[in-house]
Design a protein around this ligand. Sequence first.
Ligand code: G6P
Length: 466
Amino acid sequence: MAGRLIVVSNRLADFHKPAAGGLAVALSGILRQRGGVWLGWSGKIVNRGKEDAQIIRTAVGNVEYLSIDLNEEEFNGYYKGYANATLWPILHHRVDLAKFDKASEKIYRLMNARFAKVLLTEIQDDDVVWVHDYHLIPLGEELRAAGKLNKVGFFLHTPLPPSAILATLPNNSSLLSSLFSYDLIGFQSQEDKRNFLNYVEWQFGKDSVEGSKVIRRGKSVVGAFPIGIDVCEFQSIAQSKTAQAMRDGMREEYSKRQLVVGVDRLDYSKGIPHRVHSFGEFLHRFPQMQRSATLIQIASPSRGEIETYADIQRELEALCGSVNGDLGELDWMPVRYIHKTLCQEELAGLYQAAKVALVTPLRDGMNLVAKEFVAAQNPYKPGVLVLSRFAGVAEQMPEALIVNPYDTESVAYAIHRALVMPLAERQERHRALLGKIKDNDLHWWCRSFLQRLTQPEFESRSIKSV
Ligand code: G6P
């Protein structure tokens, strides 16, 4: 790849401290190697009226971070409104929760034009641009409209639902056709990729699709690139002092109990209430396990300013209270619900102390908790992963105990099966899962997306085709 890499995402990696967390680590690593630019929102909301956002530049080594603030109107319309109250629920199959208003859609488009305007002052001819996630779908189209012919790729971190769900979004064809401006459109799973190609055929005609390519305004290649974790990095985090202290502390405190864990952003897509119901059902069906099994559910605060997120928080608090009230004893609480963010080291320690992880989202683009849990396990005495078939990661991890999170009873049985699984079976499943996450790790993901994007198979776009 000749030119620099320019990454654009709504959230900017924190450049003040060494990057922590999957995506930021991988992309920072690649950017450092090649030199490049990362553009994103600073996370701040400022009062600046209608003026354009100020660009703050911070150079760290040969990487330049460009951050822009949002004003209140942009935050409400673009981030809180269209991105997270319209697109997020639809992409996660929750049409019932989606809110749509034209004003937010307009601000979303304007913000994308604003991101593009910043990029236009930066881009050199041989730079490669990689745009991330649903906040920035129309960005490529804006760049093409300004005459930019660079290689531009897009990766969607969320699921992409089937046509009948996409069609509920007002102006869906205008939004989704803006993806045709990208040279490469990447999804997390084969299912997402299929859904997209089916949608394009359905909405734009059969001759719009040729194999895995969309033939509209030039050619766009469509691919599945399941995101991974840095397995070595996470395993060394699991060996850190903080992680080991956490693991030992938990083992001591729960020496007579079997720990089952769930770790999620507090989001309705994660199916946390369904999971708590299933855990309650498990305790009812296997009363001999009462007093011995405990579910620790970590839910990190997320998007609390959006009503649906505040609702799920209330629902979960009430539900955990009721399970504990019904089944708890003076010396045993079945569910410990913790509404805060733990650091990577603490999580790695918790994963090691746990016998079972419940990763049971109702829908998830990928779900890296599943991969981190596997990476953290001791291969001689590994814990068991119970995994929703509706997480993108399930395509790669059939050796987990795959469940339907809506089926309370079968999840209850899977929890029991996981807790009593013989050691040899646990080891065999773990070996297979670890192999998969090592083969398709974070570096593989970055490399394979960028190699594909910079392959000569793409005809250069001409001004006519954009
Ligand atoms: C998901 C999205 C990301 C987003 C993250 C945290 O993983 O795919 O794009 O950054 O959630 O959400 P937030 O709204 O806090 O950025």
